[in-house]
Design a protein around this ligand. Sequence first.
Ligand code: SF4
Length: 352
Amino acid sequence: MSSPKKSNEKSVLPAFSLTADGFAQCVLAWQQQHGRHDLPWQQPATPYRVLVSEIMLQQTQVSTVVPYFQRWMETFPDLPTLAAAEEDQVMALWQGLGYYSRARNLQKAARYLVNEYDGQFPQELTELEKIPGVGRYTAGAIRAFAFDAYGPIVDGNVRRLFCRLFTISGQPLSTAVNKTLWQLAEHLTPNQNNRNFAQGLLDLGATVCKPKSPNCEKCPFVRHCQAKLQNRVAEFPNPKTKKTLPTRHGHFLWQLERDGLWLERRPEQGIWATLWALPELESAPENANLVGEFLHTFSHYKLRAQVWQVQALELNETLSQPRDLKAIDQEQLEQVGMPTPIRKFIQQQLQE
Ligand code: SF4
């Protein structure tokens, strides 16, 4: 395993009154009494279960993830099963969680680990970070949760907690702030009890130092937290500068026939990659009826979509390039991996 950090008895930051050891003791004592001990991926915290849960928890809340995690484990109980699964089955199981590249990466990770490590997990941080879809946070989380070894972590919860504890100014996701946060995480992470320490940090952020109205009176750091002592909690983390998202217009095709609804498997690259969706058109077709519209917000833009119906005879003309198209029986629509806004639109239309 990679060498643990050096012991450091100095205070964390000049103004902060706890040493790194004191900080860890505080987190550990709090976690033992108040932290979460019954999350499904904690029992047992195998590397595979930790990997799956961490990937699911990126961008998604614990309460949403729990049933998905349980279904996933029933279907793909280990790396070899996931590595050998049909991609459609993987996508269908992920449906509703969004950010589908995470599901693809999980399967790539499983294949990588089966091929490169005979289905085991490496333990070095640098090797963990080479697994597809695994970044610095997830590598640290696997070390801490699965191996109970030194594994610094910085996620949204830790970011908020540290920005308040140490009054760190600047855009919380900027390179400079990120660097400071990781340095702090490396410095504060102890050499023992890493599983409980990491869980304690996440739980403190999620249940006490919450984004809105943090519960400072219940916080073990209430007498040390710089933001609290300076009465500036609301200032940290500094608010993100809001970007106005551009709007993109999209056009889709609605073709419902006796054989079912025509869907297109999306290309390997781009949005909704490899999922089944209504066939996308370059522009609004001529002589077409508007079936409906929907709006969907992605992280970088808004999609304003219009869905069109054309005469069956015109279908081939409308879709000029060869596409991976299939008429899917209405009963089977539940079984295919589909982007959530498309699924909602289809369900609405079929109910009407
Ligand atoms: S004292 Fe309040 S603001 Fe400071 S870390 Fe604790 S909960 Fe967060």
